[in-house]
Design a protein around this ligand. Sequence first.
Ligand code: ADP
Ligand code: MG
Length: 278
Amino acid sequence: TTTLPRTVRTAPAAPGAPRTTGGHLQIQGLHKSYGTLEVLHDVDLEVRPGEVTVVLGPSGSGKSTLLRLINHLERPDRGFVALDGEVIGYARRPSRRHGHVLRELTERDVLRQRTRIGFVFQNFHLFPHLTALENVVEAPVSAQGRRRSEVEAEARELLARVGLADKADARPRQLSGGQQQRVAIARALAVRPSLLLFDEPTSALDPELVGEVLAVIRDLAHGGTTLVVVTHEVAFARDVADTVVFMDAGRVVEQGPAAQVLSAPRHARTRAFLDKVR
Ligand code: ADP
Ligand code: MG
């Protein structure tokens, strides 16, 4: 067996330092249960920098839980998540299987590491009392300690990038769902994350608004941002994904190059699912 360091850690970036792209995500042997319900069973996944991974699977298969574990909103029972070589999982008991021995992370570790990951939710989760611009500015200032004036200039650029240059002063309730989700994407980008997670970003939208949000995600993909996208939009996956992961009942049933998994799935469960959503 290979000998790996006891813990794999990198130095935190200086406040305000520009982030390199990075975004190498490695997940090994991830398990998660709620009481007796096993929600994730032995999940392995690797996303290389600049790659787009689409996660497909029926409702209840553990997709959101997987994203929440990557972003420290939940903690695994076993296994780990590493981003750019830095282990960001927890272990209650040491896991020898992967050659790593993990320690408990402090709350500060978690907060610092979480800012390397952007999260876009199904229901936008914007702060309702803040304008679009203020929503985008909030995290870099409060969580990363960056200067407001500098962040504001960058936030305006980000709003322009998602096509909302003229909506900086609008509050969420004055915006359509598609516009709100585009603000949420600008907000996720504002922390200069090395990895962006999307949990069914278009599921709450009226059908005519889905395209504008997918177009923004597609631009990010082509721009080289590392993305993990949970979605039922198979056409989008075919178009944008490098890798497709199909989950069912807490397990990764199948993963591989998008064209292969979508056009010639190996497993009957993947085929049955694709037949249903297509
Ligand atoms: P998906 O996103 O694929 O629909 P989820 O990850 O949301 O699936 O849920 C997977 C399973 O875990 C479901 O059976 C769900 O009911 C259960 N689950 C999710 N979160 C919790 C929780 N906090 N407590 C108990 N069960 C949960
Ligand atoms: Mg979900």
